[in-house]
Design a protein around this ligand. Structure first.
Ligand code: ADP
Length: 477
């Protein structure tokens, strides 16, 4: 099949979080299955390189026509189209600008307008999160006259329902979206334009990144105001678990590690723990368990209960390293605690190489998320023989099975309630398991043996693409 994969991030060209990992790796897996997948991204200021301009094209929004450049790059063997519009994208960050609505609204329209210029007519456009979620709406309105566009099916993947892309009505007008979409059943959401909602309404199929999250978002607790809509669309909604990129996340070949290791040489992982302790300035005590944490510093990632539980976690004799950036309201108390506790090291930055060393050098990896669409950290840590401690929600519930409850199948420690006490209890069980030593190696082996690659999930995406393509082509006749 021919698939145009639209995303605001794709590793290594642009990554803020898990979306970047997915967009950098799923297309590679689809290509390995023989499909012609191409990625489309905005050309941010951080995307360096001589990227050849292959065409100039005109993007029509409302009555306006704006010229943009089309550049070509690659991620592995996957061709990448870069939408070049310097005043919108030539900036140091991917998101968090006042004009993000215009930046990504324009991107959505550009994705369609570049197709004739690139002369790449996909069977399916796969849109991801709110940044590209208006594509199906444009496809069924502005482009609907052209039969070549009518044959394109659409899939929207929700990587995180929390971020929906809400903007004033004026943006809806500027983009030239059709008036009949401005209803509570369409793109309107309490008086604002909602990109994600428009995608859920207009895409042929919608999926999320784990089966459990696909169920959760149909409830008021996780639905972020869209649970009713999602329930009404439940027949076109599914969950496909993310995989991880085995080229990037492989302890046997990882160039960032002090010591490479595999399942059969996992004892060598000790050297990575020592190297991490050294790098962090922690005492080189092999007997003390070391917990790693790599994440955005936000409420979603469990910071409310983590900050409350941290002093008690450290009192268990545990060493803790934390790498992340995010909200000041969580960054401040955690770095304040680190100033008074020598066994807590906090790095408030984004550092890809250090993240690899934490995944390899820790004994445990903590993810106490309030909600988690899929989560990659727990999968990466399993692959690195680092035992995850997670709150059982979303993709964490689909990937981590509690060792105490399932001694012969468990691969980590899990807790249910979103409370400081439940988190602490799980960490205590993990610490006791570490001390006892019994069964440690078999749990590590189990984690390292699991297939967390894209192999199975890429096939599920192909099946979804086929359904999306069939749905529009059947209605043609
Ligand atoms: P989310 O997409 O919600 O941020 P995921 O668990 O799906 O969370 O993916 C997070 C990805 O971003 C992982 O690859 C993780 O290693 C990486 N990451 C998060 N914060 C940092 C950081 N400060 N430095 C390096 N990598 C980070």
């Amino acid at each position: 099949m021919k698939i145009l994969f639209a995303s605001a991030e794709a590793y290594p060209l642009a990554k803020v979080g898990g979306l970047g990992d997915v967009a950098g790796s799923l297309p590679k897996a689809l290509r390995a299955l023989g499909h012609d997948v191409r990625i489309v991204l905005p050309r941010y200021g951080t995307i360096q390189g001589p990227h050849e301009e292959v065409a100039r094209f005109s993007v029509r929004t409302g009555d306006a026509r704006t010229e943009a450049g089309l550049r070509s790059a690659r991620i592995g063997d996957v061709p990448v189209y870069l939408v070049d519009k310097p005043d919108l994208y030539d900036r140091p960050k991917v998101y968090e600008y006042d004009d993000d609505g215009k930046r990504f609204g324009f991107f959505c329209k550009a994705i369609l307008d570049l197709i004739p210029a690139a002369d790449f007519w996909p069977d399916v456009i796969h849109t991801n999160d709110w940044h590209s979620a208006l594509v199906p709406a444009f496809l069924r309105s502005a482009m609907a006259e052209d039969p070549r566009f009518r044959r394109i099916g659409t899939v929207l993947t929700i990587h995180n329902l929390l971020h929906q892309g809400l903007f004033p009505r004026a943006l809806f007008d500027w983009l030239g979206l059709p008036e009949d979409l401005w209803t509570p059943e369409g793109a309107e959401f309490y008086g604002q334009l909602n990109f994600m909602k428009a995608g859920i309404v207009c895409a042929d199929f919608v999926n999320t990144v784990s089966p459990t999250y696909a169920k959760e978002i149909q409830t008021p607790e996780f639905g972020e105001g869209l649970d009713g809509l999602l329930r009404s669309r439940s027949t076109k909604l599914s969950g496909i678990l993310n995989g991880i990129d085995y080229d990037v996340w492989n302890p046997a070949k990882d160039p960032f590690l002090a010591q490479k290791y595999s399942k059969s040489t996992v004892d060598k992982k000790r050297a990575d723990k020592a190297a991490l302790q050294k790098e962090a300035g922690l005492p080189l005590d092999p007997k003390r368990p070391l917990i790693g944490y790599v994440s955005r510093v936000t409420a979603q990632k469990g910071f409310d209960i983590l900050i409350d539980a941290l002093p008690d976690i450290l009192d268990l004799g545990i060493q803790f390293v934390l790498l992340g950036t995010g909200e000041k309201k969580y960054e401040d108390p955690v770095s304040q605690l680190a100033r008074t506790r020598s066994d807590l090291i906090v790095w408030l930055k984004y550092d890809e190489a250090l993240a690899h060393r934490i995944y390899a050098g820790s004994d445990f990896f903590l993810m106490p998320s309030k909600f988690e669409p899929c989560g990659l950290g727990q999968m990466i840590s399993l692959r690195y023989g680092t035992i995850p401690i997670v709150r059982s929600t979303g993709g964490l519930a689909d990937t981590v099975l509690d060792v105490s409850q399932h001694p012969s199948k468990g691969n980590g420690f899990a807790f249910q309630d979103y409370t400081r006490e439940a988190l602490l209890e799980a960490v205590q069980r993990a610490a006791r398991f570490y001390e006892a030593g019994k069964g440690w190696k078999s749990v590590v082996h189990r984690g390292m043996s699991a297939d967390l690659s894209w192999k199975a999930s890429a096939l599920q995406y192909v099946a979804l693409y086929e359904k999306a393509h069939r749905s529009v082509n059947a209605s043609e006749t």
